[in-house]
Write a protein that binds this ligand. Structure first.
Ligand code: WTA
Length: 660
């Protein structure tokens, strides 16, 4: 019988092998149900037990959850701890100082290894260095760096002294970086001279210089530069200093700043449905707790595992499962500077074979692009590599289509490795709906069941529960420790976006649509219900891209939608009206390229539209509202079946249909 009845029409089901289940931390569905029951019957007791078992507390907490000012929930509030201490010192004290904490491979294949003790010494020095610059508890530090050991050290050093870091993905433009620096009133930016990916280098320092040159308010911001390539860079003697020089001057003992459990650990910006990105604020203890617990439950982490999460540190996945989760759980984590296709599309399989990676966690987009590459070049087929070290595979960032799931399962995992399809978000801090690999029967395309303690449900637009089998809006009905605390500097927006009055103001609104199986309670995510796009697992707002397009001197109006894409999941299609006559032929091509480059430069390389269509106008209602549904149908090449009677300018549809 199909598990997800009409949803996927999917009747393949994969049970964990007896061997995998025997060794797993959660070894059967009955253990899973017992945990769910424990959480349902005594939620405070459940979370308190986990927090006591998994974290080191300098001073124990006496309160578990404070709901008095909901939705501004507080967890373990009177407890005192430090994240860096939990990630480093305690492993050394437990006799694991010599264990490898990080294996790093650069774009050009150079390898560095750090034991927990070696990493600890560098973090202490850099933390002392930051203190010597006058940085301390609560100060904001922007990290604009490539994936590197130094970026991890920067994050840990901030956590050690109670500074709040904000990692900005190094593909973001100078303007995006500037907006984040201003929003945070950051006192320091840590960057690198260059970033190297796919054999190409890019000057990050030059982008930081450009970002700071936009500042008319003369923010008192210092710049610390990690020397990655030694390339020549501009130097501002009063503002800039070298990472290695600062580190070399310090002693390697650094008393942590003991902070309250609710002290902000970091702010990570993510796209919202308006143009302005949202600074998602996470708290110290709750965030760290869930990152360890999910490492243990979902990744079933063991002492000998070598864990590789391919996400960049600039995204939440890189935070929770590239840095904080693995280190807090005492795991050996692998970090890679480069791209999946350099020097060829076998790079990831080659890395797995050489480093004996046992758990591999990546995005569906990567899998799909490697499937495509394999179809044209047999020599990089995963079968050509020794992938016998793998025991578990993971997927994150977007829905994984069943074909990609099956390929991953058969060709990469050789039908031995369970796949954990993990649904979660920047705001949730860690996994929410995901299989437990020793227990949960897997169905391709479904992220399966909510984790114990996570009360997920599907409701209609008024917050009423829907019967299983009906598609609706995904909400989380009870708070959990790793949840977003607020939006940096904008508590009102936090309430409106995540706890909207329409849903009664009590449920966390994920922003995704989902459907749940009648038979099994399995979830399938059907995609965003707001104006967000998901391109290659990267979240972007249509408004963000539109506002950058209309900021171009030639553009009068722009509307951005998406269409499905074989590789990237969704692809961006922009409809543009110029201030001059609508271009055709070669001129249209040339202008489309100009605008694409503009978006790359002004916003981010990942936000460049795949297609730009020009028209004399956009389809609008008589009240002037752009009819996006029509644009979506046009972008997808679908016939227009919607009612167009409210359209003010129907002729424009024909033009946009054919425009290229
Ligand atoms: C989508 C990334 C389906 C979803 C961790 C969510 C997924 C958004 C999955 C968050 C999954 C993430 N299946 N969709 N397994 N994982 N998503 O904040 O739309 O970058 O809301 O966090 O990605 O993206 P974010």
């Amino acid at each position: 019988m199909p598990i997800i009845e009409p949803l996927l029409n999917e009747n393949r089901i994969f049970h964990p092998s007896v061997r995998f289940a025997e060794d797993a931390s959660i070894s059967s569905m009955s253990v899973y149900h017992t945990l769910c029951q424990e959480a349902a019957q005594d939620s405070s007791g459940f979370w308190a037990r986990l927090a006591r078992e998994q974290l080191y507390w300098k001073k124990a907490f006496t309160k578990v959850l404070d709901e008095s000012n909901a939705p501004f929930y507080k967890w373990f509030e009177d407890g005192i701890t430090n994240v860096a201490y939990n990630c480093l010192d305690r492993h050394i004290e437990n006799g694991h100082g010599d264990k490898t904490a990080i294996i790093f491979e650069s774009d050009d294949g150079k390898i560095k290894r750090y034991s927990y003790h070696a990493l600890y010494l560098r973090v202490c020095k850099v933390a002392n260095g930051l203190r010597s610059m006058g940085i301390g508890k609560g100060d904001r530090v922007v990290i604009y760096m490539p994936v590197s050991v130094e970026a991890v050290i920067a994050m840990q050093a901030c956590a050690r002294i109670g500074a709040i870091h904000s990692v900005v993905f190094a593909g973001f433009s100078a303007r995006s970086l500037y907006e984040r620096i201003v929003d945070l009133e950051a006192v320091l930016i840590i960057t690198a001279d260059e970033q190297v990916r796919g054999g190409k280098s890019l000057s990050l320092k030059a982008i930081v210089d450009e970002a700071l040159s936009m500042d008319r308010r003369q923010l008192a911001c210092h710049v610390l530069v990690y020397q990655r390539t030694g390339a020549e860079i501009n130097w501002h003697p009063t503002r800039d200093s070298w990472f290695h020089e600062l580190e070399a001057k310090q002693v390697d003992i650094c008393e942590p700043e003991w902070v309250g459990a609710e002290h902000p650990l970091f702010v990570l910006y993510t796209s919202g449905s308006t143009g302005k990105p949202k600074g998602v604020q996470h708290a110290t203890a709750g965030y760290l707790l869930w990152s360890i617990v999910t490492m243990k439950w979902v990744f079933d982490i063991k002492a000998n595992d070598i864990f590789w999460c391919t996400a960049d540190i600039g995204w939440i996945t890189g935070h929770s499962y590239g840095v904080y989760g693995p280190l807090a759980a005492g795991t050996t984590t692998f970090l890679f500077e480069g791209t999946p296709t350099y020097p060829d599309a076998g790079r990831f399989w080659d890395i797995i074979a050489r480093h004996k990676i046992s758990i591999f966690y990546t995005a569906p987009t990567v899998i799909r692009s490697l499937i495509k590459a394999t179809n044209t070049d047999e020599t990089i087929h995963p079968y050509r590599y020794d992938l016998s070290s793998l025991r578990l595979l993971g997927s994150v960032g977007e829905p994984i289509n069943p074909e990609a799931w099956m390929w991953y399962y058969q060709q990469v995992g050789r039908e031995r490795c369970p796949i954990v399809d993990t649904f979660w978000q920047t705001e949730t801090g860690g996994h929410m709906i995901a299989p437990l690999p020793g227990a949960t029967p897997l169905v391709p395309g479904s992220c399966t069941l909510p984790l114990p303690g996570i009360v997920a449900a599907i409701v209609d637009e008024f917050g009423h529960d829907l019967a299983a089998g009906q598609g609706g809006i995904l909400v989380i009905k009870r708070p959990w420790p790793a949840m977003i605390r607020t939006l940096w500097g904008d508590p009102e927006r936090f309430k409106q976006v995540y706890f909207p009055e329409e849903l009664g103001g009590r449920f966390y609104l994920a922003g995704d649509g989902a459907i749940c199986s009648k038979e099994t309670g399995y979830f399938m995510i059907t995609g965003r219900v707001d104006d967000l796009l998901n391109v290659s697992g990267h979240r972007m707002g249509t408004m963000e891209i539109e506002s950058v397009l209309v900021a171009h001197p030639l553009v009068a109006e722009a509307a951005v939608v998406s269409r499905p894409d074989e590789i990237t999941g969704e692809a961006i299609v922009a409809f543009v009206v110029l201030k001059r006559a609508c271009p055709n032929g070669e001129e249209a091509q040339r202008l489309a390229n100009t605008l694409r480059e503009w978006v790359g430069k002004e916003l981010s390389l990942i936000a460049k539209p795949k297609e730009i269509r020009f028209g004399d106008n956009l389809p609008k209602t008589r009240s002037g509202k752009i009819m996006r549904r029509l644009l979506r149908a046009l972008a997808r090449g679908e016939p227009i079946t919607q009612d167009t009677s409210t359209l003010d300018n129907p002729t424009v549809l024909e033009q946009l249909k054919h425009a290229q």
